[in-house]
Design a protein around this ligand. Structure first.
Ligand code: FEC
Length: 307
């Protein structure tokens, strides 16, 4: 019987407003943010109740995945641990724990469905560094982009169908969104955009919805161009051209409620839409939706079969 470690990785969130500065410094690769930047970020957390639910939701996803894998078993024992990129419990701590538990192989799965060198690639790099620090020569399977997984697409399509249920098709625009990244990735041949557009196209087709477009959200002010169009520009454009009265945002690049959903969409984009006279809705986040958990379990089983 093999002892299989499953490392579920997500972005990470500060546990309190006092932790925001350390968190932000970590995101910036060790460069401390200015006091104004810290205050601005703390203000966003305050608007969503003081903290983000990301860690709790990721732990729930891990618990549900562990329970599902225990039922499948395949003659193995699965050890599911959560490792965050920018806040405790860090990826490094989770890897140490799994090594201590004596796993004999590791499956690394980022809770971000679309691969980019700067997101999922960086999660895997952190995992590899942590393993190297233990001189642990374990077989590792890194699960790459999984935004084309049928169960993930079905879960997203179900949420979109629910959100559209009472809306008139001729006055409603669907906007799929994902976290923006620096635009230089395009020239580098990063698969992020292609994978995102493919997911959006498939979900729209599953729901039978033709009035949709894609926008990026949550870009940082780093002084370089980021992938666009930005969601707020798209909302303004729709309102100015009177293309729709209702907009439904489907954040297809995310699988949990967190700051970028609860503030960037539910506060910032909603307020902007209201200023422009648009009725704003968004699809529910998957969180621990059984279909998402089933998708994650299937990805792990495929990785076991491969590796
Ligand atoms: O709920 C929470 O507390 C955490 C929410 C959160 C998620 C998230 C996901 C992604 N990010 C991605 C890329 C970048 C790049 C930078 C960047 C900066 C921030 C900041 C905060 C933040 N991100 Fe994030 N991200 C979340 C939160 N992100 C806070 C810092 C303040 C700000 O800029 O707004 C720029 C780093 C730099 O300055 O150099 C790049 C990507 C994702 C989606 C994939 C994933 O979940 O990993 C890509 C959730």
């Amino acid at each position: 019987m093999a002892r299989i470690g499953v490392l579920l990785m997500a972005y990470g969130t500060p546990s309190s407003l006092e932790e925001v500065e350390a968190y932000y410094t970590h995101i910036r690769g060790g460069r401390p943010p200015s006091p104004e930047q810290v205050e601005d970020l703390q203000a966003r957390y305050r608007r969503i109740g003081g903290r983000s639910p990301l860690l709790e939701i990721t732990l729930r996803q891990a618990e549900a995945l562990a329970a599902r894998l225990a039922r499948i078993a395949l003659g193995h024992s699965f050890h599911v641990r959560v490792g965050m990129r920018h806040a405790p419990p860090f990826i490094e701590e989770a890897v140490s724990e799994l090594v201590r538990e004596g796993i004999d192989r590791l499956i690394a799965l980022a809770l971000a469905p679309h691969f980019s060198r700067m997101s999922v690639g960086a999660y895997h790099a952190a995992m590899r560094r942590a393993l190297a620090a233990h001189a642990a020569a374990l077989p590792v399977v890194e699960i790459g982009g999984w935004g084309d997984h049928p169960l993930f697409l079905m879960a997203m399509a179900e949420g979109l169908r629910e959100a559209l249920a009472d809306l008139p098709p001729d006055a409603t625009e669907v906007i799929f969104t994902a976290h923006s990244l620096p635009a230089r990735l395009r020239a580098e041949g990063d698969p992020y955009e292609v994978e995102l557009l493919d997911s959006a196209r498939r979900v729209a087709r599953m729901v039978g919805w033709t009035r949709w477009r894609f926008a990026y959200q949550s870009a940082s002010a780093t002084g370089e161009p980021w992938l666009g169009p930005d969601l707020l520009e798209v909302l303004e454009d729709i309102a100015r051209k009177r293309e729709a009265q209702h907009v439904v945002v489907c954040p297809i690049g995310f699988v949990a409620d967190h700051l970028e959903i609860l503030y960037d969409l539910d506060v910032e984009a909603r307020e902007a839409a209201a200023r422009w006279g648009l009725d704003f809705r968004r699809t529910r986040s998957l969180n621990d939706d059984p279909l998402l958990i089933e998708a994650l379990a299937a990805l792990v089983c495929e990785a076991v079969a491969r590796g």
